[in-house]
Design a protein around this ligand. Sequence first.
Ligand SMILES: [Zn+2]
Length: 255
Amino acid sequence: MTPFAVRLTFHGDLSRFLRSKLVNAERQLGERTSVKDIIEGCGIPHTEVDLLLIDGRPVDFAHVLGAETAIEVYPVDASGITSFPENRLQVPEIRKFVADGHLGKLVRDLRLLGIDVAYDTTAEDRQLVRIVAEQNRAILTRDRRLLMHSAVRHGYYLRSQNRLNQTVEVLRRFDLNGVLAPFSRCLRCNAPLEQVEKTHVIDQLEPLTRIYYDRFRRCSGCGQVYWSGSHFDKLVRRVEEMRASLAKSSSENPR
Ligand SMILES: [Zn+2]
């Protein structure tokens, strides 16, 4: 077939993924190609794209191009863009995640806030992709190739390398502020915590803990016992710090 050009205009911060960093790109194609493949060929994971317009009309990732076309590409957080709410390509209501093996600190923060995040430092990419597909989790990563995997439907590319900023990014991207439940989830294994009578855990406690504390929670997965000991103040401060950063970010960049 006759080669043809596809012109792309990238909105919001999507140009960060392009080598050129420019908001416009042109691709020469020699065969019919899906919009998803064209966009990912530019370096942008499809999980970062929320709306695609051709001639002012929305299309989905599977839309195939075979002739000269101009596409407008919008990110999830495109401030000011409110049209076509029915044609958005990302699902905001994801409540379960899996993080790649380099994000242990972020995982701990999110679990501290009660967010369900699967994490296994030994998992290989194909195992992560399988968890994403089987458990309908969104993958959190700074690895673009992982987000471009065909089995990955939901995911997020973390912009920042700073742990606190990453936590705020995830809370905002998936609109999690209303579902936070600090101290409800095991920091070690991700399972929910349950209230437990002191008499049921007393054998596991150090002598001073037995004397000074009366309220305990136990992990329903690994059995780890939690109480509000000296380490607890630090965790409370961390939760406060995360909430304050989220509020600051939301007021500086309202949707
Ligand atoms: Zn546990």
